[in-house]
Structures are given as structure tokens and as C-alpha cells.
Design a protein around this ligand. Structure first.
Ligand code: HSE
Length: 297
């Protein structure tokens, strides 16, 4: 049997559309074993996850088996995930990375982690969630012609990521359709400068100027129109001491970076979220600097 634990991720981080992402101490764990025949899938999720051949973990396993030419027999997949589904926290990336790592172990470890990243990016469509899900930390990733170049950076110094998660869903695929195909040079330049600034600040271990560094003109203003209370939540996060607040991935979760000096963030946000007409929850997670863990038991 193969055991895999994969972290949740928060992608884009404001300006780093399809490029920046960070891993959180919130996990999807999978136990996967080969059986004589058939497919058995068990999961603990309160959200809908198909327990058939449309299951994302199963599809990722099949993708690796096809790639290496491995003929599978049956499979048993037991998933225990704490990552909210379709909320902008990398739940599908965690399934893809988990399934691919397990399949690689079951089929004789023929793929390197770089090969797995490239396969995962081709399945997910962009590298900003799958890269930190696999390698942990704060990741910068760039895909070109089917190959992803990345750097994974460990973030120390006590920074945590708070996530404000609503009880409604936003599908990344649907939300990307509303984005324009072309952007102005001015907006492209705005995002490039912020993405570079954000990367430099996070690598320096400082927390000053993060609010400027998470500025974005490519996607958040369009996406926030489908997220009730977006501006109020961002404003309250800053009032409560956040260094930065942004839309996590394609949303609807809103993420905030909080330093170790920020006290009572969770209680202040939770109290505020209770006043809103939609149900939101605030959780605070450390940054995961380890990435996916695989054990063959
Ligand atoms: N970068 C993606 C998007 C989401 O903004 O659509 C995370 O992969």
C-alpha cells in the first residue's frame, strides 16, 4: 500500500497569475493499494467527490500508468482530505499530485519528480497549485512547451496564511472564462512589478510593503464580482493586522498573510464573518515547506 500526504495550496497570491503559489499546513491524505480487480473509492468529504472513474485521484493514477505503460489490475483508494473542494485552495492539485506519486510508486518509480510535475501541469492546466503541492514552500513556476521550470523556496520567520472560506463554490474553469484574452501593457507591467516585488519580499524574510506587492490588475477585479462581501473582507483583514490579502487561486476563498506579531486575527475575522449573510469560516495555517510525502507501507 502507498500512503501519500499532499498540502493544500494558495495560488496567484495577487499578481502571480498562473505562476506563484504557496503550500499550507492543510492536507489531503491518500492510501492507495492494488487489488485483483475493480475500483473501490472511499472518501470522507462533505463536498461531492465522484467515487467512480471520474474521480480525480483515479484519473491521475491512470495518467501515470498510461505514461509508463503499466497495466493495472484493480485499485482501492481511501481519501481523507481536510482541503475544502472547489474553493481556491488547490484541492484538485492535491488529488492529482497524490494520485501521480502513488501511481509512480506502484509502477516501479520510472518517473522523476520533474516528470511528475510536467504531467500534473498538463492535467491541471497551470503550474501555480501543483508545484507547491509537490515541492512545498513558496513556489515560482513557468511552463513552456510542456515543461515547467520552478523554484521552491522555504519560508521561515513565522508567517502564516489565514483563509476565509465561504460555503459556496467557484469552479476555476468557469471563472477563467470571464477573464479577457488580452490585457493592456499598463496592466501587464503593473502585475510584473508586483509579482517580482512579492517574490523579493518573501525571500528576504521581511513583511513590509506586502500590501503593495499583492496588487493585481489581471483577474481579481473581474472575479470579485461573483464573491459577495469581497471588498469588506479584504478591508477587515487589513484592519485585523494582515500584511497582505488577496483572492486565493480563482477564489472564492480570500487569503491573508499574517506575521507572528499579528494577534487575535482569527477571532476578529470570525466575529466579522458572522455578520455577513453568506457563511464564511476563518482558519489559519502555517506554511508547509515540505511538500508531498510518500511512504510505501
Ligand atoms: N491560476 C489559476 C487561475 C488558479 O487563476 O485561474 C490556480 O491554478
Amino acid at each position: 500500500m502507498v500512503y501519500v500526504r499532499v498540502p493544500a495550496t494558495s495560488a496567484n497570491m495577487g499578481p502571480g497569475f498562473d505562476s506563484l503559489g504557496i503550500a499550507l499546513g492543510l492536507y489531503n491524505t491518500l492510501k492507495i493499494s492494488e487489488t485483483d480487480s475493480g475500483l473501490e473509492i472511499y472518501n470522507n468529504s462533505r463536498d461531492f467527490i465522484p467515487n467512480n472513474d471520474k474521480n480525480m485521484v483515479y484519473r491521475a493514477i491512470c495518467r501515470v500508468f498510461d505514461e509508463v505503460g503499466y497495466t493495472k489490475k484493480g485499485l482501492k483508494i481511501v481519501q481523507n482530505s481536510d482541503i475544502p473542494v472547489t474553493r481556491g485552495l488547490g484541492s484538485s492539485s492535491a488529488c492529482i499530485i497524490g494520485g501521480m506519486l502513488a501511481a509512480n510508486a506502484l509502477s516501479g518509480r520510472r518517473l522523476s519528480y520533474g516528470d511528475i510535475l510536467d504531467l500534473a501541469v498538463s492535467m491541471e492546466g497551470h503550474p501555480d497549485n501543483v508545484t507547491p503541492a509537490l515541492f512545498g514552500g513558496f513556489c515560482v513556476a513557468a511552463e513552456e512547451n510542456g515543461h515547467t521550470t520552478y523554484v521552491s523556496n522555504k519560508i521561515t520567520g513565522g508567517m502564516k496564511i489565514a483563509v476565509m472560506v465561504p460555503d459556496f463554490y467557484v469552479s476555476t474553469k468557469t471563472s477563467r472564462v470571464s477573464l479577457p484574452e488580452y490585457v493592456t501593457l499598463e496592466n501587464a507591467s503593473y502585475n510584473i512589478s508586483r509579482a517580482a516585488l512579492l517574490t523579493s519580499i518573501l525571500l528576504s524574510g521581511k513583511t513590509q510593503n506586502l500590501r503593495t506587492a499583492v496588487g493585481d490588475k489581471l483577474h481579481q477585479d473581474i472575479r470579485k464580482t461573483n464573491i459577495p462581501h469581497y471588498d469588506e473582507i479584504i478591508e477587515k483583514a487589513y484592519d485585523s493586522g494582515a500584511c497582505a490579502a488577496y483572492l486565493s487561486g480563482s477564489g472564492p476563498t480570500i487569503a491573508a498573510m499574517i506575521s507572528d506579531k499579528c494577534v487575535n486575527f482569527k477571532s476578529r475575522m470570525s466575529e466579522f464573518l458572522l455578520t455577513l449573510d453568506k457563511k464564511w469560516k476563518c482558519m489559519v495555517y502555517p506554511i508547509d515547506n515540505v511538500g508531498a510525502i510518500l511512504k510505501v507501507i
